[in-house]
Design a protein around this ligand. Structure first.
Ligand SMILES: Cc1cc2nc3c(=O)[nH]c(=O)nc-3n(C[C@H](O)[C@H](O)[C@H](O)COP(=O)(O)OP(=O)(O)OC[C@H]3O[C@@H](n4cnc5c(N)ncnc54)[C@H](O)[C@@H]3O)c2cc1C
Length: 409
């Protein structure tokens, strides 16, 4: 086969860009022999633009991975908001007995994670790939043929590329996954997530707030300018009704839904809406091909973990490829199966946990109300359990690759 590249990554979202940068940073391949294919290369974010509506809560392991990829250092400080506390509740008030609070001091950490602007992350991922010398290609993939020696990609502009390993990081609707004949399972949540930024009467106190409502969870994530970014998951029809309200009426409904935890809420942006589903690929690998990120798994955003899980896919793949004899063996199915076993079990466990939480909390069944608040307060009263939750959410525990366990020196 013609081996144009050691690795071809399809999808230049946060997962694709991170994988490309890590390949170069950990010297698994010469940077120019890694191709990163973007459907459309984005424009530079306009200076002084308002925060993008897409924001991600990222844990410490994700931060370390992005540091090693050379992306984190490039994020403008004004586009990163560390949060120090988290408060979760399901009853009428955040201070009720059935609420659960975490403070970073309890686990000896400077914060519980950071809220990062999606547009800045995407742009700096590409900038970091450019600076490292990764080959950026703007094109869509139209065909994939896998032969004994490697994978061949046919691009819409007529080009053909050969590689021992194709990494599909092209999101939930992954065209590569379909072209590789990999099936998915899961279900739609019948909920949409409404996303917007709001100003609140009271300061957010660097706290991520989450109230479980019968229709779905409502999160308020702190932004550096004092506003909060909301992710309000609710039944489709209710989401459509809320989106159609004028700003004042939406703010008023949000104030009630958040139990006035931060006082009156004022909408400061448009509202974006995302349909939610649980989706997992039945296989993560084929000879000479691998799925990562949302192409492999899409989970409920209630724990803010989708991207964190995808970044751990990147780390695991990097660790496994590090054991390849040379780049020609990157597509060896035995090697790729190690990645699959590692990440599929972790991701399925996480997806099932978020699914279970959504089922337990997103309903009005009074028989479950006691269980909900008893569960939250039990975690709150058992310090070791509480610390365990906080460390897991930060990505400091669990089966994470060795090179992310230590603070960078
Ligand atoms: C409301 C909401 C809130 C969330 N909050 C969080 C959070 O706080 N923390 C967290 O960790 N996760 C969160 N997530 C999950 C997170 O958004 C995803 O897990 C993450 O964006 C996945 O990244 P990705 O790179 O795999 O896919 P994407 O971000 O979808 O990127 C895929 C890329 O592939 C490109 N592409 C697609 N098809 C092709 C093709 N044929 N050829 C070339 N390129 C292609 C696309 O243009 C895109 O750039 C949230 C999700 C939702 C819906």
């Amino acid at each position: 086969m013609s081996r144009d590249f050691d690795l071809v990554i399809v999808g230049a979202g946060p997962i694709g860009a991170s994988l490309a940068c890590l390949m170069a940073a950990r010297k698994l391949s010469a940077a120019a022999r890694v191709a990163l294919i973007a459907e459309r290369l984005p424009e530079a974010p306009p200076a002084g633009a308002d925060w993008d509506l897409r924001v991600f809560a990222l844990g410490r392991a994700s931060q370390r991975l992005l540091e090693q990829a050379g992306i984190w250092q490039r994020l403008p400080p004004a586009r990163v908001a560390p949060y120090e506390r988290m408060c979760v509740w399901s009853g009428s008030g955040a201070a009720d007995a059935g609420s659960l609070s975490f403070d970073c001091a309890e686990i000896g950490e400077a914060n519980l994670g950071c809220i990062v602007e999606g547009r800045a992350l995407q742009w700096q991922g590409l900038q970091s790939a450019r600076a490292a010398g990764i080959t950026l290609i703007e094109a869509a993939v139209e065909g994939i043929a896998v032969h004994e020696g490697g994978a061949y990609l046919r691009l819409r502009d007529g080009r053909e590329l050969g590689t021992p390993l194709l990494a599909a990081a092209d999101g939930t609707e992954s065209a590569c996954r379909t072209l590789l004949g990999i099936e998915t399972a899961g279900h739609a949540y019948q909920q949409d997530a409404l996303v917007a930024h709001v100003r609140t009467a009271e300061a957010h106190r660097a706290t991520a707030w989450q109230r479980f409502l019968p229709g779905g969870p409502l999160a308020l994530l702190p932004l550096p300018d004092g506003r909060s970014s909301i992710v309000w998951s609710t039944a489709r029809a209710e989401a459509a009704r809320l989106r159609a309200l004028d700003a004042a009426a939406f703010g008023a409904e949000l104030t009630v839904a958040s139990a006035e935890v931060l006082g009156a809420c004022e909408l400061t942006t448009s509202i974006a809406s995302f349909p939610l589903k649980l989706q997992y690929a039945l296989d993560y690998v084929r000879p000479h091909a691998v799925l990562l990120g949302d192409a492999a798994h899409a989970v409920h955003p209630l724990a803010g973990q989708g991207l964190n899980l995808g970044l751990m896919d990147c780390a695991a793949l990097i660790e496994v490829l590090g054991d390849a004899a040379d780049a020609r063996s990157f597509g060896d199915l035995r090697l790729l199966r190690r990645y699959e076993r590692w990440r599929k079990s972790e991701n399925l466990l996480a997806a099932a946990a978020f699914d279970g939480l959504d089922r337990l909390f997103s309903n009005a069944n009074p028989a479950l109300a006691g269980l909900r608040s008893a569960g939250l307060s039990a975690v709150g009263r058992l310090p070791f359990l509480k610390r365990g939750f906080a460390r897991h959410a930060l990505g400091l525990d669990g089966d994470i690759p060795a090179f992310l366990r230590q603070e960078p020196v």
